[in-house]
Design a protein around this ligand. Structure first.
Ligand SMILES: [Zn+2]
Length: 410
């Protein structure tokens, strides 16, 4: 399966300037391509094929005085920018035709110099290379210093170079890694993702988001308030923007590290893992939005999914319309809706339930039943795309033996 490995890179000032030029050229090609398709559509012409578009906004554009500087960057970077545009269009088309599940996909939008995340991609065609001295050679950029926080398990098929909002640079390699199954275990688990706890397991374990993370999130909110009081266009505002961006990346990094540890542990300890198929997009529009997004469930579920696939475990999302918090996991009686404030209840059959643990048990039961219905077969998903950000970015955090905070057995 495809995995992503991220490493911090440290370009020199000259290399930073070359990267800035490459980000700019990729953006211009993307935007030129989008504009050409929009204009063709407005003029009632046929959809421009990928090949025609590439000829027009790359090959021919390089011959014109307005775009001749496109020749200063690797052609692969420009082709990959157009490839991104083509994928964005295809996602949009399959979404409006109903062939694509999930939330509606908007048509592609123009990229801006002010976007927080700037990225370019080099494929094998670009002949990027990891040198013996550990540097990453990128065509027309130079040899970048890399901090190899962990071992790259195989030769990468592509590398994306990213500049984040805090001004840091990363190289994100896509590697095709062989499956690495773990020895089988007997335990199976259902997971209820909730607001009072980050996750509650059917075995009774409750996992709270670490205090560290909650504190960092509070600090981030305060910095955002500071920022909102600064005058537009002022230097103080610019400084505040960078501060917010830094705090934001720190929160996101430590959340990801923590979720990696938790998901690795759950996959290691259980042969099958079931979670409720939450409609996170739907929840995101409600009053609960803030805490939902803080919790980063979608990222966590994705980690469980690809780790399960790689480690030979079963993973499935259960039907999200099951009344998991209303059903007694002992006798199966549906006891009617319970407000969020009800933390425990007693079923007429005599069982006293912790609300969340009961829900997790129901998710486990539903997951088992649904796997059996699928003829005891493949709950395992089709080949997964490389997760957008796999490895922990900070190597110290990745290697740390810090235990998962906040696990408590009631
Ligand atoms: Zn009961």
């Amino acid at each position: 399966m495809q995995l992503r490995y991220n490493y911090r890179v440290y370009p020199t000032p000259v290399q930073q300037a070359s990267l800035a030029r490459a980000f700019g050229c990729a953006r211009v090609v993307f935007n030129d391509g989008l504009r050409a398709r929009q204009q063709a559509r407005e003029a009632g012409e046929a959809y421009l094929s990928d090949g025609d578009l590439s000829k027009r906004v790359i090959t021919q554009a390089k011959q014109t005085p307005e775009r001749e500087w496109l020749g200063e960057v690797s052609a692969v970077v420009l082709q990959q920018a157009l490839a991104d545009l083509n994928v964005a269009y295809r996602n949009f088309f399959t979404s409006i035709s109903g062939k694509r599940q999930g939330r509606k996909v908007a048509p592609p939008r123009f990229r801006s110099r002010k976007d927080n995340r700037q990225a370019i991609r080099f494929t094998a065609n670009a002949r990027f290379k990891v040198l013996d001295n550990g540097r990453l050679r990128l065509p027309k950029i130079g040899d970048l210093a890399v901090r190899w926080s962990r071992h790259l398990p195989a030769a990468p098929t592509s590398v994306t170079v990213i500049r984040d909002a805090a001004g840091r640079y990363f190289a994100s390699f896509v590697v095709v890694a062989a499956d690495d199954p773990l020895p089988p275990v007997d335990a199976e688990v259902g997971i209820d993702l909730g607001l009072t706890h980050f996750a509650v397991l059917s075995n009774g374990k409750k996992v709270a988001a670490p205090k560290l993370l909650r504190r960092a999130a509070r600090k981030l909110r305060r910095l955002q308030q500071d920022l909102s009081r600064k005058q537009r266009g002022s230097n103080n505002r610019k400084k505040a923007v960078v501060k917010v961006a830094r705090a934001h990346t720190r929160v996101a990094d430590s959340r990801r590290d923590w979720q990696h540890q938790l998901s690795t542990r759950i996959i290691r300890d259980n042969q099958a893992v079931y979670v409720e198929n939450l409609c996170v997009v739907g929840l995101g529009r409600t009053r609960l939005a803030k805490s939902v997004h803080d919790a980063g469930w979608a990222q966590f579920v994705q980690m469980l999914e690809y780790k399960a696939a790689r480690r030979g475990r079963t993973f499935a999302k259960t039907n999200r319309f099951l009344p998991t918090s209303q059903t007694c996991s002992t006798c199966g009686r549906i006891d009617g809706p319970k407000p969020l404030s009800v933390r425990s209840w007693t079923c007429p059959c005599g069982t006293v339930h912790d609300r969340d643990v009961n829900a997790a048990r129901n998710i486990l039961a539903a997951g088992r039943a649904e796997s059996l219905n699928a003829c005891g077969a493949q709950v395992r998903p089709a080949p997964l795309p490389a997760p957008r950000r796999e490895a922990g970015i900070r190597p110290d955090a990745v290697r740390s033996t810090r235990s998962v905070e906040g696990i408590s057995v009631p």
